[in-house]
Design a protein around this ligand. Structure first.
Ligand code: BEZ
Length: 211
């Protein structure tokens, strides 16, 4: 059965470009992103991995470890990483899982046979410190991911995990957020001292509380 939001992210051990890892040990107490790539030496994946390497400081600031996977073998990954570093002007500083037996790809339902029998689609899972799946996004092989969106949604997940708010359409870090409907306005006024603006009884905004 496929994984859904709120499910425990299955643990696994795997060979990677940075040695053998235990997924949970790699994640530690922080957040994690596991994302799949259809194949090595492919152009879109090359740009995605380069972009992820460039964003290392952004992920570090969000206490988030990233981990990529492709079903190709380790020796192929190692050669490809050199190409990524060269062409994307970066240093890939996170592990890429070699998954030739498709153990991890199967565990995370990353192969969608009606899209491709042999290769993973572009799956992306965000996993919380409690090891539960907080977000799943699936892109087809032909569309590279928007990593600004990945950071944006990570900001929203981390904010809403710790405060009684939700984030509106197109929200970005620093903008006003929505008070969750379960909190009455009188209580919200106490809880959010920066102010609560009531547009409708069910639509209340407050400045981002963790700034
Ligand atoms: C790519 O990563 O460039 C790619 C992979 C599979 C199909 C199309 C593009």
């Amino acid at each position: 059965m496929s994984l859904r939001l709120g499910d425990i992210a299955p643990n696994f051990k795997a060979q990677t470009t940075q040695g053998e890892i235990d997924f949970y040990e790699y994640l530690g107490d922080g957040w994690g992103i596991l994302f799949s790539h259809p194949a090595d030496y492919t152009p879109v994946c090359t740009t995605e991995l380069g972009r992820t390497a460039h964003l290392a400081e952004e992920f570090r600031r969000r206490n988030t470890k990233v981990l990529a996977i492709s079903v190709d073998p380790l020796d192929k990954h190692l050669g490809w990483v050199q190409d990524i570093n060269e062409t994307q002007n970066t240093t890939v500083n996170f592990p890429i899982i070699a998954d030739p037996d498709r153990h991890v790809a199967t565990l995370y339902d990353m192969i969608h046979p009606n899209a491709s029998e042999n290769f993973t689609v572009r799956s992306l899972f965000i996993i919380g410190p409690d090891k539960r799946i907080k977000l799943i996004i699936t892109y087809p092989a032909s569309t590279g991911r928007n990593f600004e969106e990945v950071l944006r949604v990570l900001d929203s997940l981390q904010l809403t995990a710790y405060h009684s708010v939700a984030t509106p359409a197109d929200w970005k870090h620093g903008e006003d957020v929505i008070v969750v409907p379960s909190i009455p306005t009188e209580e919200a006024v106490q809880k959010f001292p920066k102010g609560v603006k009531e547009i409708k009884p069910y639509l209340r905004y407050t400045p981002q509380p963790n700034l």
